[in-house]
Design a protein around this ligand. Sequence first.
Ligand SMILES: *Cc1c(COP(=O)(O)O)cnc(C)c1O
Length: 419
Amino acid sequence: MNPFSRQDGELLAENVRLNDIADNVGTPVYVYSKGYFESRYRALEAALAPLDARICYAVKANSNLSVLRCFQVLGAGFDIVSGGELQRVLAAGGRPETVVFSGVGKSEAEMDFALKLGIGCFNVESDQELDRLSRRAALLGRVAPVSVRVNPNVDARTHPYISTGLKTSKFGVPAAEAEAMYQRASADPALEVTGIDCHIGSQIASAEPLLEALDSLLELASRLKSQGIGLRHLDLGGGLGVRYNDEPDFDLDTYGEALKHKLRGSGLQLVLEPGRYLVANGGVLLTRVEYLKPAAEDGRSFAIVDAGMNDLIRPALYQAWHGIEPVNPAAEDARRDHWDIVGPVCESGDFLAHDRDLALAPGDLLAVGSAGAYGMVQSSNYNSRPRPAEVMVENGRFRLIRRRENSRELLALEKDLDG
Ligand SMILES: *Cc1c(COP(=O)(O)O)cnc(C)c1O
């Protein structure tokens, strides 16, 4: 399902006019299709059936409360990486027992918060973290459910900044070390061993590296079983890739079939933690052209728009490619060129796209594609710019799900100017 289509040359989201949204809410604004999120979730669910599987949506991909609610209603659990994300899950109506807590740096306060709520599982990433978790649980009179995040040393063959499964990565522990951690955990009354997990990276194009990781987790699980340490679930993380430009969309059927084959008879519940796959192509960032600066001699041509790297940092941070389309047919006076689409932020790294063949005029509304994942969540106030608004489209209508910040809010936390 592609929720973005054209009618009489004008780009719509689920039949809602993007022009209307921009006129009502202003720009820059993120626009999401709820129907798309639902269809992706259901497709993943269908590909895994009839496995005993739980989909824990990775909150960090898009943590707007209305997005979390959408997945909560569909029956998802949640993969979180901070106490703040846990607050969001609760605020969206998510149940703590459906939550898995990942991340290399869980603080004592975050552990205590999650222990008191009774979350589903702590995905532990180091020896010292296991010790801390045991101490906090004992102190609170709780038993912490634990899984060890194994680093299976497989190459996810993706961008180095989003590759997490090689032994050079800060994430997880090598299998041999994990085994020793399991032995300690199973003897510790404050800990309950429940599963095993990994997450080898993001934007992974094919099932193979994930299945390689699965093999190594299954091998460790069976070694543990022979030592009397039984596991209930196996969590393969997220990482399923999506199409930004001409990449193939991740082949769910191949992945689903292989998972069923490999997990048959294991008695393990499968947990997945997809983020990007569920939301990336369900969102666009709308931005307006402020100025055009056509090339002088052999220079570059710049279209300066009202969204910058503070609103969408992926191009600057990962050299990520996002499609850019004018929402409306080109005006008569539009200027055709190879444009660098750049923001107002005072950094040369502030760009959304390079060298796009487009006919543009000032005031044109542009849709930056594939902006549903790792967009708004990575926005900042750099250059004292208020963060953009967010809108959800559903059933032929749109609603504001997060209003734009204002400049008063930007100053609100600062005080005591003269000491
Ligand atoms: C980021 C992250 C995910 C989600 O990754 P996607 O590529 O968006 O699916 C899942 N699990 C963990 C531990 C993560 O850090």
